[in-house]
Design a protein around this ligand. Structure first.
Ligand code: ATP
Ligand code: MG
Length: 633
């Protein structure tokens, strides 16, 4: 067995030895008695009996060695500001914020809902919450009040922390009116206290006496107060986080403390190759799992500096990210394919204006990383581009290449191999048998799920079992609801969500396969393929494509010609069975706030149905374009 294979195999065959070693990466106030408690499958507790604290590990533990090193660098191109906090300053802000929360009655096990823009105080609030052993539920800032209300109802928080507003592309979104509306919708579950960070970007927020408190005033009042760390059991919940809602039903993922800290700390070495003292730049948002794991916790657990960026990738110009990489000597960067596609439409010379020699690798996650995008950015940056496949549920990557264990060969279009700890299998969903190389199957994980993965669905243990472990009737197997294929060397390719599989006359096709073929046409910038009901074939694929040159949209002849070319391209690559029945051209696709294509809504419109739950939809324009295209407007 080669280096990584042996390493991986030990994590599966001898998890006790493997994870005992990895657990040394964090501080245990009391050592654990048992690496894994697994007496009620699929529920499990990693590092049972151990006491630790996520905030202590992310902040306090570094004071001695790196108190004066930058811990958090906040950059906003929306307000044109930059503030850097050393570990010592971060410690001060966080332990003071925790004291402020404590004064409002927050303690171990209480929920704190954080509805904030990407500002440093949002990170302070998260760390302060876990410092007290309380549980945060971060809701993406700017989500509609109804979405916020359902998350308030689910978590019943004691405290809500918000700001006057957020900014996006220079446009102000006032948060407080949304919060007020959500609180009235949430009724009895609404928290009794709201702390508001007034950054002075929105109109003076209306403050409700007795309920709403101003953070600036509280901070003055508690200037010299500090809250101690609350040591919690390894299995104690650190947070609740809802999935992105691409399939329309966000699930409240509950994460533990000890397992999460160990998994993240290990991933920084084995997957990301980030080292203490270096700068990590994740372009995500704290409202998503990537933000939780790789803006906040993992870089800080490892003594790195983390860049917290509020702004767009193209504003003030498309060079902004690379300017930040140069200025802060970023070594590891994490983003999403959708953002890279945005940059790909810009002048590539922006990438070469800055000194990017510090950068060692770029990691991309969240959606399939298509070949043109991966090759383009890899070529421009001249660093390895690694595809990470994971989910809110898993908390950290489940498929990728662990170059920190030993160098691995990248296969473009594939995230790579199962990550240590994840016993990943591709199963035939009817027989439950493992499928051979080259055959499609459902991506599954044989439990126990490794450290870092969800403990349960918040408040709904039954839903955890029924949702994630019901793939097979006779065996507990975790289903990821994604569909994939493996090659002879064990490399996986994600073909799409199981919900999105297209069944054409008995042939099962992944949306991804057809999308790759369509986007291979040089005129196409981005595409979504959905299966649409067809009386003869069961389903037929339809493609909705964004053109690099939008002016073509106005030219019916050119459009018709392009449609034919695209169809011919798919046929030559995948065979006629995969041929899109139609290729529609649009300027924009409907996406979730986290940048994922809402295929289910496109499919509904294509079938003349209602597009369904749109609470996580980012911008209605994309949806309208799909509707118009289908109606041939
Ligand atoms: P919901 O579960 O509420 O529908 P969601 O699945 O979009 O929302 P996330 O947890 O943010 O919520 O996304 C995880 C999903 O994103 C994966 O299950 C997979 O479908 C997709 N995904 C993530 N990374 C990759 C990747 N590298 N390649 C392909 N697909 C990916
Ligand atoms: Mg999901």
């Amino acid at each position: 067995m080669t280096g990584y294979q042996a390493f991986y195999q030990q994590s599966i065959d001898d998890p006790d030895t493997f994870w005992t070693r990895e657990a040394e990466r964090i501080h245990w106030h009391k050592p654990f008695d048992k690496v894994l408690e697994y007496d009620k499958p699929p529920f499990r507790e990693w590092f049972a009996g151990g006491l630790t604290n996520l905030c202590y590990n992310a902040v306090d533990r570094h004071l001695e060695e790196r108190g004066d090193q930058a811990a958090l660098v906040y950059v906003s191109t929306e307000t044109d500001s930059e503030i850097s906090y050393t570990y010592r300053q971060l410690h001060e802000e966080v332990s003071r914020f925790a004291a402020i929360m404590q004064a409002q009655g927050v303690g171990k096990g209480d929920r704190v809902l954080i509805y904030m823009p990407m500002i440093a105080e949002a990170v302070f609030a998260m760390l302060a919450t876990v410092r007290l052993g309380a549980i945060h539920s971060v809701v993406f800032g700017g989500f509609a009040s109804a979405s916020l209300a359902t998350r308030i109802e689910d978590a019943a928080p004691k405290l809500l922390i918000t700001a006057d507003g957020g900014l996006r592309g220079g446009k102000v979104i006032a948060y407080k009116p949304l919060v007020d509306e959500a609180l009235s919708l949430a009724g009895a579950a609404a928290p009794k206290k709201v702390i508001l960070v007034n950054r002075g970007v929105a109109e003076a927020p209306m403050m409700k006496p007795g309920r709403d408190l101003d953070y600036g005033a509280l901070r003055e009042q508690h200037l010299n107060d500090r809250a101690d760390v609350e040591w919690v059991e390894s299995g104690h919940p650190s947070y609740i986080l809802y999935t992105s809602g691409t399939t329309g039903k966000p699930k409240g993922v509950q994460r533990d403390t000890g397992g999460y800290a160990v998994a993240l700390a290990s991933s920084m070495e084995y997957i990301y190759g980030g080292r203490p003292g270096e700068t990590f730049f994740s372009t995500s948002d704290i409202g998503w799992v990537v933000g939780h794991s790789y803006i906040v916790y993992a870089p800080l657990l490892c003594g790195m500096s983390t860049l917290v960026y509020e702004g767009l990738p193209v504003r003030p110009d498309p060079g902004i990210w690379w300017q930040l990489v140069e200025k802060h000597r970023v070594t590891v960067m994490f983003s999403a394919p959708t953002a890279i596609r945005v940059l790909k439409k810009q002048d590539p010379s922006w990438l070469h204006k800055y000194d990017l020699s510090s950068l060692r690798a770029l990691f991309l996650a969240g959606e399939p990383l298509d070949e043109p995008t991966a090759s383009w950015i890899g070529g421009e940056l001249n660093v390895p581009v690694l595809d990470n496949y994971w989910q809110t549920e898993t908390g950290w990557p489940m498929l990728t290449l662990c170059n920190g264990v030993g160098p691995q060969t990248v296969k473009i279009g594939s995230p790579g191999l199962p990550v240590y700890g994840f016993n990943v299998k591709l199963l035939n969903e009817s027989t439950g048998e493992e499928v051979p190389a080259g055959e499609k199957g459902v991506i599954a994980v044989i439990p126990p799920l490794p450290p870092g993965c969800m403990s349960t669905v918040w408040g709904q243990d039954e839903r955890f079992v029924n949702t994630y472990f019901s793939l097979l009737p006779d065996r507990l197997v975790y289903s990821s609801f994604d569909w994939g294929v493996r090659d002879e060397n064990g490399y996986f390719t994600i073909l799409g969500r199981t919900d999105d599989v297209i069944n054409v006359a008995g042939h099962r096709l992944g949306t991804r396969e057809i999308e790759e073929a369509v986007s291979g046409h040089s005129a196409i910038a981005e595409v979504a393929v959905v299966g649409v009901n067809d009386t003869l074939k069961g389903q037929v694929p339809q493609a909705f494509a964004v053109l690099k040159d939008p002016s073509v949209l106005q030219d019916p002849e050119r459009r018709a010609a392009l449609e034919k070319e695209v169809i011919a391209k798919v046929a030559s690559q995948l065979g006629a069975i995969a041929n899109p029945a139609r290729v529609y051209f649009v300027n924009q696709l409907p996406k979730t706030r986290s940048g994922k294509v809402l295929r289910r809504s496109i499919q509904a419109l294509a079938e003349g149905r209602d597009p369904g739950d749109l609470t996580t939809l980012d911008d209605p324009t994309g949806l309208e374009q799909v509707r118009d295209a289908v109606l041939q407007k």
